[in-house]
Design a protein around this ligand. Structure first.
Ligand SMILES: Cc1ncc(COP(=O)(O)O)c(CNc2cccc(C(=O)O)c2)c1O
Length: 458
């Protein structure tokens, strides 16, 4: 089985043997999966030779772009030298040491320790057990509730899927597990009603204080949140939201977990989204941009105060691939490139401002209500009526799906979440590629609009 086989044969084999995440399997089998064969920079190539502009950087993760041979060489070198050894049982190895040191240098002041995992989900499972173990060691074992938001995404394991607030996930498999409490999300466009964004931001943040009081302050271990919700639709909170959350976290002395799986490593124009949103977490979840997706790796960067407590006991937790040497070596090379090529600075000073200016012109399109973008993660809200911020009559996601299909047919990858369209391109996307992105987005919106009118959907 190779890239050179006919697409139809590859699709048939895929349908016969491969189960895809978050996919209606038989539906996909009927139409055949798109087979991506190669990629370079911000561009994908599929098995039919189409060149596709990947405005999603894979799954929000290929921050340095595709095709960086330095990472392949780092992987090969490490595989030849030490393809695997574990970090259990009093052992370690140079890649884990070097990567954890690099992360301590890049992280904000006071973050000097990392616990590695194989993914963001595994890292959030670590965090759930970390914060509960921390409080138990502080003599408060009843402090085991973690508060999160509806429509947050923290992963797809039992623990991280419970921390997340995706009701469609909870309905399958009996989630959430006990002692995880959800409050509403700061999604002003969809849920703000007649409130100003500023009033709404305060109202939603104050739900955290109400929840803590309702549950009992002595029961609450932590609050987990993405600085900016990603998979929930790139929901940028009103400016009043995070300062109020921070005040409440400080007031009750609970731990703050910032889930930086998407926001981390330059996505928002700083190394971490916590810096962009001016929040002070105790733990930061990392994955995705940590290795630019070239290797599966995740982790938790832990502040000194929490690390000191956890290091004072045997923390009975960890994974076979915690600190996998090849994954660590590739992640280290990825961070070296991000750092030495000043990619985060270029995003902040050159390409993100350019992208923002061009992206916001999409609000001139009749289908587009609001455009929100921070750094290199943005979304537009599709609506039949901008003034009222109305939802479409069709089931949520119907229009988003049509628009997503139009994008694909125009060789542009955008993601839809409900009826919001999302971009999260490689951080190295060039200005002329941004122009192409906007042109193809506009064309796809026009085609989607025409289809909606033809089908009487608006
Ligand atoms: C904020 C956040 N936290 C944790 C995870 C879980 O990471 P892993 O997948 O590596 O276990 C994520 C992952 N985010 C994610 C994963 C898959 C698809 C999409 C999408 O938007 O379609 C988003 C994420 O976005």
């Amino acid at each position: 089985i190779t890239n050179h086989m006919p697409t139809s044969e590859l699709q048939a084999l895929d349908a016969a043997h491969h189960m895809h995440p978050f996919t209606h399997g038989s539906g996909l089998a009927g139409k055949g999966a798109r087979i991506i064969t190669r990629a370079n920079g911000a561009w994908l190539t599929d098995s039919d030779g189409n060149r596709i502009l990947d405005a999603m950087a894979g799954l929000w993760c290929v921050n340095i772009g595709y095709g960086r041979k330095e990472l392949a060489q780092a992987a090969a070198r490490q595989m030849e030298e030490l393809p695997y050894y574990n970090t259990f049982f009093q052992t370690t190895h140079v890649p884990a040491i070097a990567l954890s040191k690099k992360l301590a240098e890049l992280a904000p002041e006071g973050f000097n320790h990392t616990f590695f995992a194989g993914s963001g989900s595994e890292a959030n499972d670590t965090n759930l057990r970390l914060v509960r173990t921390y409080w138990a060691e502080k003599g408060q074992p009843e402090r085991n509730i973690v508060i999160s938001r509806w429509n947050a995404y923290h992963g797809s394991s039992v623990g991280s899927g419970s921390l997340g607030g995706m009701k469609g996930m909870h309905m399958q498999g009996g989630l959430p597990i006990p002692d995880i409490h959800h409050i509403d999300q700061p999604n002003w466009w969809a849920e703000g009603g007649d409130m100003t964004p500023e009033e709404f931001g305060l109202e939603r943040a104050r739900q955290l204080e109400a929840a803590i009081e309702e549950l009992g302050p002595e029961r609450v271990a932590a609050f987990i949140a993405e600085p900016i919700q990603g998979a929930g639709g790139v929901i940028v909170p009103p400016d009043t939201y995070w300062p109020e959350i921070q005040r409440i976290v400080d007031k009750y002395g609970i731990l703050l977990i910032a889930d930086e799986v998407i926001c981390g490593f330059g996505r928002t124009g700083n190394w971490f989204g916590s810096q962009t949103m001016n929040i002070r977490p105790h733990i930061m979840t990392i994955a995705k941009g940590l290795s630019s997706g070239y290797q599966p790796i995740g982790g938790s960067i832990i502040c000194d105060e929490v690390a000191e407590v956890i290091n004072s006991i045997e923390f009975n937790h960890g994974y076979t691939y915690s600190g996998h040497p090849v994954a660590c070596a590739v992640a280290l090379e990825n961070l070296r490139i991000l750092d030495e090529e000043k990619i985060v600075e270029k995003v902040a000073t050159e390409t993100a401002p350019y992208l923002k200016e061009k992206f916001e012109t999409l609000t001139d399109h009749p289908l587009v209500g609001e455009a929100k973008i921070v750094g290199m993660m943005g979304s537009i809200a599709l609506t039949p009526d901008k003034a009222s911020r109305a939802a479409f009559e069709a089931e949520a996601g119907t229009v988003g799906f049509i628009c997503r299909e139009r994008c694909f047919s125009n060789n542009l990858v955008m993601r839809h979440v409900g009826d919001r369209m999302i971009i999260s391109p490689p951080l190295v996307i060039a200005k002329d590629e941004i122009d192409t992105l906007i042109e193809r987005a506009w064309q796809s919106l026009d085609e989607c609009h025409a289809r909606l009118k033809d089908e009487g959907l608006m």
